[in-house]
Design a binder for this molecule. Structure first.
Ligand code: CA2
Length: 149
């Protein structure tokens, strides 16, 4: 394997595919995890895939990532727009971070336009639907490979 990536998902993303398909599509989070695992095998990445509705759990996973992960892909969901604590945790992680949003947050309400996480992220993906997760993995694989040279 060429690296270990944590894919972290914030509040309400457990409802993906079950409500608001016009915004978030029809894929469930289990579908997203399956597709991520298929691509990760191709990219020779190991994955830890998590979702929580609790801010502290996401922070704890970022702390765990400090110990063994080479990169983080994170959709902080609503915590994107509120959480200095998640931003601070990400600052304590040394590897590459990609922020993902399924919807184009800039086309939506003004309160979704600001992200605390973006000031730490190495890249931001928004509006590509759940395909954004796969794009994030491809970018992380490249950044991890470049970082190891
Ligand atoms: O577009 C995204 O991925 C978001 O991170 C999703 C968050 C939202 O608060 C952000 O502004 C943008 C919401 C996730 C909630 O997901 C649901 C999925 C289906 C049904 C209800 C909520």
């Amino acid at each position: 394997m060429t690296g270990l990536v944590y894919v972290l998902n914030g509040p309400n993303l457990n409802l993906l595919g079950r409500r608001q398909p016009h915004i978030y599509g029809h894929e469930t989070l289990a579908d997203v995890e399956r597709d991520c695992r298929t691509l990760a095998a191709e990219l020779r990445l190991d994955l830890r895939f998590h979702q929580s509705n609790r801010e502290y759990e996401i922070i704890d996973w970022i702390h765990a990532a400090r110990e063994d992960a080479d990169g983080i892909a994170i959709n902080p969901a609503a915590f994107t727009h509120t959480s200095v604590a998640i931003l601070d945790a990400l600052h304590a992680f040394e590897g590459p971070v990609i922020e993902i949003h399924i919807s184009n947050v800039h086309k939506r309400e003004a309160f979704r336009h600001h992200s605390f996480v973006s000031s730490r992220a190495d890249g931001v993906i928004a509006g590509f639907g759940t395909q954004g997760y796969l794009l994030a993995l491809r970018r992380l694989a490249r950044l991890i490979e470049e970082g190891s040279k």
